[in-house]
Design a protein. Sequence first.
Lengths: 114, 117
Amino acid sequence: LAKTTQPISMDSYEGQEVNITCSHNNIATNDYITWYQQFPSQGPRFIIQGYKTKVTNEVASLFIPADRKSSTLSLPRVSLSDTAVYYCLVGDQAVDSGNTPLVFGKGTRLSVIA
Amino acid sequence: NAGVTQTPKFRVLKTGQSMTLLCAQDMNHEYMYWYRQDPGMGLRLIHYSVGEGTTAKGEVPDGYNVSRLKKQNFLLGLESAAPSQTSVYFCASSYQRDRGSGANVLTFGAGSRLTVL
């Protein structure tokens, strides 16, 4: 499984754009990049997933360079309610691939300040 | 749809007692998982199941047993609870995507907070 590295914590002011970068140097050809968000006392919830280039949804954007060795989660104009832990996961988890389910690291704790 | 429901939400045990955490999902997902999360830590996979009647070990399986007798339910058992098993337990489920169409997306329950004295 591809190991991921992301910052332990980040601070941002309300209204700013926040970019959280995840490094995954040994990503495999079939691996996808998935981000989850976890609020205190809740289970993680899916934010976005991508394979290459750029993916955008109503919550965030995911930028993946051509070599796919890193990815950046972009949160536009954050608010206090975006304070959470953000996890980057890399893998394909296909049942026939022999891989175990995706592994969560410690994530990035984002604190949004008023 | 209720999604993923975990019971109980809170439980206090004494060392050596046994208990079972129940996870139920109504999304007809093939895969189900049990994670534990300790303060300031990420989630660590305990056991998982790729279908009814099958289970597999995750990162930290020791001290736990699981069963998947019905597709919608995944039970996590502690036969002899220890203080080191004090944690928040999360259940999750996902459907199995075809290879090449994306990694599985997990839907999590609200968690079960267990304290072992």
